[in-house]
Design a protein around this ligand. Structure first.
Ligand SMILES: Cc1cc2nc3c(=O)[nH]c(=O)nc-3n(C[C@H](O)[C@H](O)[C@H](O)COP(=O)(O)OP(=O)(O)OC[C@H]3O[C@@H](n4cnc5c(N)ncnc54)[C@H](O)[C@@H]3O)c2cc1C
Length: 473
């Protein structure tokens, strides 16, 4: 079992992010580092609408941004009149859960290469949000440096067999008009010849519609844009409360109009919600490497025609994934531990820095276990992408807990809905937080403002409808 809170470390893969984050704070209007103690704005007071959001990862910040967007657009919230207060609670601060360690792959494909439920729509929503953030950044933070939050890389899904290639061809035909897909049948698979192809993939599917997101930078800017939007509103306040929420009762006692639970895999740390959602908690590890590798090398030389015309290295999807980052870095994921994970273990992602000599940190995060998981991941990746990993240096190992929702006909979809008259949730983003957070937080906020759960897609409200919030999967 992982050490609990005292063992959790929060960090950034990008040292520069932390620096610019503190610079950013210079103009943030209100930051409350302790929990709100005041009972001001109690139930009897009608002149205030008070929102509490629990969790400041992709989901919680997505909800916060959408609430503020509604205000800005003078719709929804504004007609209620009076003051609007939004308090975002996070035990360890913004981006301290799984979101902080997300490798950053944004694409709409599932593990079999098909387009996932509303995948293209959801991806476009994330892209639209990121573009707005980028515009805000250019306008308000012209000296913020050139660390991009989003790069279009495309993604390459390697086929393991002829059967995979046939499936890819079928998907390509079915999805024509929805998403651009290319299937490249390797020389060996096509002709049965080609010595250079030994150990290489028999072919692959490629789509340009995939992105690499710098997750820590994205979270930092999303927080910044939320504060900026709140600062523009006359009667709006936004506070970040770095406080553990042990129970719904604690929030109810503070007179919130609406409570929105975006607590990721740690939702069970809230007393009334422990064991209520059938989420499987998966302790997941990834590594960052210093490497000059080119992901195009997974295809044999004869099969690189399509890839040769692409400027960047596409991300690789297989049983493990590889995301090439700027400056000769790459992020690899993911392997999972088989240990029992408790919700408390999910409060705070963990880093083990190898290259920067921060041994004290390494001890805190259980260096032995992190290194063992890193070795397992590197070995597995070497089998899946033979010959790709050469001459690299391990920079860091990271770990977070993913909340995997139960399988449905549409795959593992996040869950979203209403717990009671004032409490809503967006949980179970699983391995697709980047894909679904913007899309679902927008729909959730729209549903909350008209107090109508049926405004949410029924595929994600299945737990409420089936009364399934009864325990772990
Ligand atoms: C190693 C790894 C790599 C990944 N790579 C990708 C990727 O490439 N692409 C992708 O789309 N997804 C990826 N994911 C999945 C993605 O990170 C998650 O889907 C996403 O971060 C979930 O976001 P969230 O906001 O729901 O949860 P979180 O980011 O975990 O946020 C929940 C927050 O709630 C806070 N919290 C919880 N309980 C309480 C409480 N009681 N009181 C106060 N605060 C509380 C926590 O501190 C936490 O900050 C990866 C995950 C891991 C672990």
């Amino acid at each position: 079992m992982l050490s609990r809170l005292e063992g959790a470390r929060v960090g950034s893969r990008y040292g520069a992010s932390l620096k610019s984050r503190s610079q950013l704070r210079g103009f943030l209007p209100v930051v409350c580092l302790a929990g709100r103690q005041s009972s001001e704005g109690g139930l009897g007071e009608t002149s205030k609408t008070r929102f509490a959001i629990v969790g400041a990862g992709f989901a919680g910040l997505g909800v916060c941004w959408n609430l503020l967007r509604q205000l800005k657009e003078e719709q929804g919230l504004r007609h209620r009149g009076g003051k609007i207060e939004i308090d975002v609670y996070d035990a360890h601060g913004v981006g301290s859960g799984a979101s902080a360690v997300a490798a950053g792959i944004l694409h709409p494909l599932n593990t079999r290469g098909n387009v996932t439920w509303r995948g293209v729509e959801a991806m476009n929503e994330t892209l639209a949000l990121m573009k707005q953030i980028d515009r805000w950044r250019q306008e308000k933070l012209p000296n913020d440096g050139n660390e991009a939050i989003l790069r279009q890389t495309g993604v390459l899904k390697v086929a393991k067999s002829e059967k995979d290639l046939e499936r890819f061809e079928r998907i390509k035909a079915e999805r024509r008009g929805e998403i651009e897909l290319h299937v490249v049948r390797g020389a060996e698979a096509a002709t049965g010849r080609g010595d250079d192809c030994r150990g290489k993939a028999p072919g692959y599917m490629y789509t340009p519609h995939a992105y690499a997101v710098n997750s820590p930078k994205y979270l930092e800017l999303l927080e910044g844009v939320c504060h900026s939007m709140a600062g523009e509103g006359r009667d709006v306040s936004l506070r970040l409360c770095k406080t553990l929420v042990p129970s719904l009762e604690m929030l109810e006692g503070q007179g919130y109009t609406t409570i929105i639970i975006c607590a990721g895999a740690a939702v069970g740390t809230i007393k009334e919600l422990r064991g209520k959602f059938p989420l499987r908690l998966s302790e997941t590890f990834g590594v960052e490497l210093e490497t000059a590798l080119s992901t195009k090398a997974v295809a044999s030389p004869e099969d690189r025609g399509l890839l040769a015309s692409i400027d960047c290295d596409p991300s690789l999807l297989g049983q493990t994934y590889v995301v090439k980052q700027p400056e000769d870095k790459a992020v690899l994921g993911a392997v999972h531990s088989e240990e029992q994970v408790d919700p408390e273990d999910a409060l705070g992602s963990r880093y083990c820095h190898i290259a920067d000599g921060l041994d004290d940190r390494a001890q805190v995060v259980n260096r032995e276990k992190m290194m063992a998981m890193a070795s397992r991941l590197l070995e597995k990746s070497d089998t899946i992408f033979p010959g790709l990993l050469q001459g690299y240096e391990l920079s860091s190992v990271h770990c977070g807990v993913r909340a995997l929702p139960p399988k449905s006909e549409e795959g593992r979809l996040p869950v979203c809905g209403k717990i009671n008259d004032k409490t809503w949730y967006l949980l179970g983003l699983g391995a697709r937080g980047l894909l679904y957070h913007a899309y679902l937080s927008k729909r959730l906020v729209d549903a909350i403002l008209v107090e109508d759960e049926s405004k949410l897609p029924q595929e994600v409200t299945r737990l409420t409808r089936e009364g399934e919030t009864g325990g772990r999967e």
